[in-house]
Design a protein around this ligand. Structure first.
Ligand SMILES: CC(C)(COP(=O)(O)OP(=O)(O)OC[C@H]1O[C@@H](n2cnc3c(N)ncnc32)[C@H](O)[C@@H]1OP(=O)(O)O)[C@@H](O)C(=O)NCCC(=O)NCCS
Length: 218
């Protein structure tokens, strides 16, 4: 399987959005149907300042696209350059801002954790929000997540990147090991977003990536 990364545009979202949501639901093990609610939110994100998305695209001979599940991730042109390409990974984010719900939740959490207002402002003033990063389970364990993230963060103008991820016992999953390997540190732990009982961690790291940064390695 040959894999390449491609910058995804908002204009082409009618081609890549459904395959990307399919990867999201499968990778996160969410119930089928979750993608219907998420589609509107992801479309709204596309309109946010400095939104950027990167996809991982695998070449797969048509004869090997054997199941309806695989066919759901098939890409049309012009995102695909041939008739036998599937989306296998997606990463996107945008510039954080005070009027965004996620930013407001983070500021609430930081205040609850005892940070002063100036400290909260300093953390939340200038950042790129890594909103989504998912690799289809059949393509995990080949460094694709790291490759996607390195490409997404390259050349960003913000001073840091922030993300939220579900807490995991002993940080023992691929997302945690990727983020730690890429230099992410704790910003806030065990936070519960309004409307979601699961505890989440906020992690962050400075930008830009350095020349020898692990995030650049592939
Ligand atoms: C988190 C996630 C995006 C990481 O993507 P990934 O492609 O599986 O992981 P990485 O890019 O970190 O790949 C690392 C693995 O590839 C292997 N690998 C192979 N070649 C590699 C290379 N050139 N560079 C780096 N790693 C390489 C590593 O040995 C490592 O294997 P291991 O996990 O078995 O130890 C993916 O696992 C996923 O979608 N998980 C479910 C959804 C999720 O949790 N998303 C994040 C929510 S915040």
């Amino acid at each position: 399987m040959t894999i390449r990364l491609v910058d995804l545009t908002g204009q082409d979202s009618r081609i890549w959005l459904e395959p990307a949501l399919d990867i999201y639901v499968t990778a996160m093990n969410y119930p089928r149907g979750t993608e219907i609610h998420r589609a509107a939110l992801w479309r709204d994100h596309i309109t946010r300042p400095r939104w950027r998305a990167v996809g991982a695209v695998a070449t797969m001979p048509a004869a090997e696209i054997t199941s309806p599940q695989m066919a759901r991730r098939r890409l049309a042109r012009p995102v695909a350059v041939s008739d036998d390409e599937l989306l296998v990974g997606i990463a996107y984010g945008y510039q954080g801002a005070r009027d965004q719900w996620w930013n407001q939740q983070l500021r609430i959490g930081l205040r609850q954790a005892g940070h002063s207002d100036p400290a909260v402002d300093a953390i939340t003033r200038d950042y790129f929000e890594l909103t989504e990063l998912h690799v289809h389970p059949t393509a995990q364990g080949r460094g694709l997540g790291q490759w996607l993230l390195g490409r997404l963060l390259a050349g960003r103008p913000e001073g840091q990147v922030l993300l939220s991820t579900p807490e995991a016992p002993a940080e023992d999953n691929r997302a945690w090991s990727l983020y730690r390997r890429m230099g992410f540190v704790d910003i806030l732990r065990h936070f519960t977003f309004t409307g979601d009982p699961r505890p989440f961690a906020f992690l962050g790291r400075p930008l830009p990536l350095g020349p020898d940064d692990p995030a650049r390695a592939r």
